[in-house]
Design a binder for this molecule. Structure first.
Ligand SMILES: Nc1nc2c(ncn2[C@@H]2O[C@H](COP(=O)(O)OP(=O)(O)OP(=O)(O)O)[C@@H](O)[C@H]2O)c(=O)[nH]1
Ligand SMILES: [Mg+2]
Length: 296
């Protein structure tokens, strides 16, 4: 909880302007202020309007703060704790996203997490687009202490992914976390590489990749959701990781992920270290936004 509270300080500092206990537990709330603040934090417009309507029309005795908390929690749905599936031999997870969103760091964090749970993960560095793309993940694999398969710059990313699944089968590694090159959703040739990678992995192992997670940079706010919608047209996305929540003031965009993408938010990055990946917990997230903690 403390990590969440610290991480969300930027968004919270905006939201707290109206949710300070000093204003009578919010019941003297200025709805226009709230509307502006929610929109500034990238809470989707549809939800903001719904919140404003409900707060305005609620009976006086209903705590506005409690009502808002309930509305926000409803929007996020239940927590969807992730566990590495067994029996896929190996479970293959593909990470994708735009440039710099945090894919490579997230791949390393996930491998570190799997190691901590007694698994034997493999990291696959299929970012052959940038000179340092694959070697950056190799360094992480050494730090984490797990197996690694990568490729030289310019190598066929689909071939690298194929080789990684092949090597994981031979070595008994499970799971395989496949990092991919950053790409803008508007760049057709690079986007076309993604289904090719999926086909290559599936050729080696039926069903692979078993999941495809989009890594979204919280700094981008609502734009991150638009990018994910575009990626989803090319490769079906099964989960979302939100990175850099620790610096963003636009955490409100998380409220549009379920309604606009219909996939669960599984993890959030709250820092740059290998331990700074935490399962997404809607209750902790919303409470940290309000600063309902002695550490806030
Ligand atoms: N504060 C913070 N920084 C992060 C987080 N995740 C990643 N970063 C930083 O963001 C920068 C980019 O991270 P990468 O993992 O290299 O991103 P990428 O998506 O692999 O980038 P490309 O391969 O160039 O597309 C690095 O400086 C990371 O340390 C996070 O959760 N919090
Ligand atoms: Mg990378």
């Amino acid at each position: 909880m403390v990590a969440w509270v610290t991480a969300l300080s930027k968004t919270r500092s905006i939201i707290k302007q109206v949710f300070s206990p000093s204003v009578g537990d919010m019941d003297e709330l200025n709805v226009e202020d709230l509307e502006e603040i929610l929109l500034r934090s990238d809470v989707p417009a549809r939800l903001t309007m719904e919140i404003v309507d409900k707060l305005e029309s609620a009976p006086r005795k209903v705590s506005r703060k409690e009502l808002l908390r309930d509305l926000l929690l409803d929007e996020l749905g239940d927590a969807q704790p992730f566990e590495w599936p067994s029996g896929k031999n190996p479970f293959v997870l593909l990470l994708l996203g735009v440039n710099g969103s945090g894919k490579t760091t997230t791949a390393a964090k996930l491998a570190h997490m799997a190691m901590g749970q007694g698994l034997k993960p493999m990291l696959c560095g299929s970012d052959t687009f940038r000179a340092a793309g694959s070697s950056q993940l190799k360094l992480w694999s050494e730090k984490v202490g797990c197996d690694f398969v990568g490729g030289e710059m310019g190598a066929d990313a689909a071939g690298v992914a194929f080789n990684a699944v092949d090597a994981a089968l031979a070595k008994g590694c499970d799971p395989v976390v496949v990092d991919s090159a950053g790409r803008m959703h508007t760049k057709t040739p690079l986007m076309d590489e993604l289904p090719k990678m999926c086909r290559a992995m599936n050729k080696k192992l039926d069903g692979a990749p078993h999941e495809t997670w989009m890594v979204l940079d919280a700094f981008l706010g609502q734009n991150a959701v638009i990018q994910a919608q575009q990626f989803n047209k090319v490769v079906p996305i099964t989960g979302i990781v939100i990175t850099k929540l620790d610096g963003s003031s636009k955490a409100g965009f998380l409220f549009s992920v379920r309604s606009e993408l219909n996939v669960p938010i599984l993890f959030t990055g709250l820092g740059e270290g290998e331990d700074d990946l935490v399962p997404f917990d809607p209750v902790e997230f919303v409470d940290a936004l309000f600063g309902d903690s002695e550490n806030a």
